[in-house]
Write a protein that binds this ligand. Structure first.
Ligand SMILES: [Zn+2]
Length: 312
């Protein structure tokens, strides 16, 4: 098998280089009353960062990229809308499957990240014939978590640096897999959602399969309930989940404080616009697009990959 290794040097720095680049002069002014040490630190961090990005870019030139339309019959600009009735029946079936397969197997984050990376690398290699080896380091704190309070994780597309902001329990494997798809060079949200799901769902590992199904159910519930937190809660109540699952789903959408929701809504709109400007459908790619992608793949007559991969 053909192998390439993307070094991801930036991910091994003890704190996020982007944070140092942004915050070093401010921190130095606060702590030392001087900006020069901050600027020196900032320049050093920028040098390391740029070096890391350049090395990764060079390594990525040899990468075989997945052609989503050809492999799955589905892509950002080719999505067949799933009907509301279909969504509701999928919600009911996912609820039953999650209840039956309940796995309470909490894994420490670093170990989980390694496992998820293996599964994802294997899955992508099963399509392209090439293993794209990347770092499986993740961090828990970056400045981004303050700016995007609604996000659960983030990947710096240039350096591949990944941060996971909170422990989301059963959803964690999917969130990590999503960010790792970005790290492996796919920056569209729909692609990250879809590859993360397909890799975990077809991994044969009950804890990872559970995470894939939980993410799919979460996204279906969001499509059906819209932006209303009350409607989301009702939809979760109606899904007939066992207590552990029910609580995990409700914890995804705590009622936001008023100020936080104003800030968050503003950032969401900006983020939505950024997605639209970069050839994506917007924030809807996380849920509406993602579920339509799997629906389209499952029905496709032209996909190279077997449609069973999109099963519940
Ligand atoms: Zn993403």
């Amino acid at each position: 098998m053909d192998d390439i290794r993307i070094p991801n040097d930036a991910t091994y720095s003890p704190i996020a280089l982007t944070d140092v680049m942004v915050a070093a002069p401010i921190a130095a002014r606060v702590l030392l009353g001087a900006t020069l040490p901050g600027r020196v630190l900032q320049a050093a961090a920028f040098g390391l960062y740029a070096g890391s990005v350049a090395k990764d870019w060079t390594a990525r030139q040899g990468m075989k990229r997945i052609d989503f339309r050809a492999e799955f019959g589905s892509d950002v600009d080719h999505l067949v809308p799933q009907s509301d009735a279909d969504r509701r029946s999928e919600i009911a079936r996912l609820g039953v499957l999650l209840n039956e397969g309940w796995t309470d197997d909490h894994v420490e984050q670093a170990l989980l990240a390694k496992r998820v990376d293996e599964v994802l690398t294997d899955y992508m290699a099963s399509i392209t014939g090439q293993r794209v080896e990347t770092s499986h380091r993740i961090r828990t704190v970056t400045l981004t978590s303050l700016v995007f309070p609604f996000a659960m994780g983030a990947c710096d597309m240039l350096s591949g640096d990944v941060a996971i902001f909170r422990d989301t329990g059963i959803f964690a494997p999917h969130i990590i897999a999503h960010e790792f798809v970005h790290r492996k060079g796919y920056w569209k949200e729909l692609h990250a959602q879809a590859l993360a799901y397909l890799a975990l769902r077809n991994s044969g590992d009950p804890y990872l399969v559970q995470a894939a199904r939980a993410e799919r159910l979460h996204r279906q519930l969001r499509v059906v309930a819209g932006e209303d937190p009350e409607a989301f809660k009702e939809a979760v109540d109606e899904a007939g989940l066992r207590e552990e699952l029910h609580d995990a789903f409700l914890a995804l959408r705590p009622d936001p404080g008023r100020l936080q929701s104003i800030v968050s809504d503003g950032m969401k709109q900006m983020y939505d616009m950024r997605l639209k400007l970069t050839g994506q459908n917007g924030l809807s790619d996380y849920d509406l697009g993602f579920t339509n992608f799997l629906h389209t793949f499952a029905q496709s007559s032209s996909a190279r990959q077997p449609a069973e991969q999109a099963r519940l």
